[in-house]
Design a protein. Structure first.
Length: 314
């Protein structure tokens, strides 16, 4: 286990219900059909947009996201893109449904299916990881081949700049032994990541819902691409690996990864290591005080994992 002080589940500084302008609160209450009585902000994740479970006077509950195009443009555009992608997902996709969207008055507001659920426990537990692996299997089955209406870039196109992060690390992290070998691995990522499956790419504990009705759902569909069906399974392992689980044993038995050459996994680990370690040194945004710490921890986790797999620890 790699220690961390990241307050899992409490990493976001978000807009609250009282921060929304009156006309947007009115729009939301018209959509929910009843006045809002309580709003429970969802404090996981690393973005500052409004994301709350709203309870209304009639007893109904709703999950609503919102961001201002003037004050929070990148996040508003992200919500807009998420709405487009949710609308394009097949109904068989294990994801909360988009119920409505408001994209006007300089605001993007999404009404999503409310799901009574919890996130996987941290540190990760084997039972929760098993459920999450079942989820990525279901997603790969539902989203192979990728629906044309999603109009997604492929993995190689979306992540084309990532190998260059190792150029930055040559200066900022000269302490990294085997840096050149890792950079060479990362440069080969396009060789191994091609495929016809929709890959979520942002699968972490805070984007997984373990519902009380037995469903397991994947949230936050902002950044999907088309690629190999095993990629999400490998990316999912970062948190469990850092929390002390034997994830290589998991990959060796999981249907989506057991036949993937070890070198292919190492190439992807080298690619994401460069991103995390480079990003950890970027300025800390005031609206997301834990994001750099989280990136640093993930970078250390993946780097140690890669070094162990490649025999670079001696």
């Amino acid at each position: 286990m790699i220690p961390t002080t990241i307050p899992h589940g409490s990493t976001a500084r978000r807009l609250e219900w009282a921060h929304l302008p009156p006309h947007i609160r009115t729009v939301i209450e018209r959509r929910t059909g009843s006045p809002v009585t309580t709003a429970e902000s969802q404090t996981s994740g690393f973005t500052p947009g409004f994301a709350s479970v709203l309870t209304c006077r009639d007893g109904s509950r709703h999950f609503v996201k919102a961001a201002s195009l003037k004050a929070q443009r990148p996040f508003a555009e992200s919500y807009r893109e998420e709405a487009r992608k949710l609308a394009g997902l097949p109904v068989t996709t294990p994801a909360p449904r988009l119920l409505w969207k408001h994209d006007s008055d300089d605001w993007v507001v999404l009404g999503l299916e409310y799901v009574e659920a919890r996130r996987p426990h941290r540190p990760w537990q084997p039972a929760d990881l098993e459920a999450a692996l079942g989820l990525v299997t279901d997603v790969a089955e539902a989203l192979t081949p990728a629906p044309d209406r999603l109009a997604l870039d492929d993995f190689a196109t979306e992540f084309a700049d990532w190998p260059s992060f190792w150029d930055h690390l040559r200066t900022s992290r000269p302490d990294l032994t085997h840096l050149e070998e890792a950079a060479a691995l990362a440069a080969r990522f396009a060789e191994v990541t091609a495929g016809s499956t929709v890959v979520h790419t942002d699968i972490r504990d805070d984007n997984i819902l373990l519902a009380s009705d037995g469903r397991v759902l994947m949230c936050d569909w902002n950044w999907p691409v088309v690629g190999a069906p095993w990629l999400d399974s490998v990316l999912l392992m970062i948190g469990p690996r850092g929390d002390g689980l034997d994830v290589d044993a998991v990959l060796a038995s999981h249907p989506l990864t057991r036949d993937v050459p070890a070198e292919h996994v190492d190439i992807v680990l080298a690619l994401v290591t460069g991103y995390f370690l480079k990003s950890a040194g970027d300025p800390v945004p005031p609206t997301s005080p834990y994001v750099r710490e989280a990136q640093r921890w993930q970078g250390e986790v993946v780097w140690e994992w890669l070094c162990e797999r490649r025999g670079w620890l001696s």
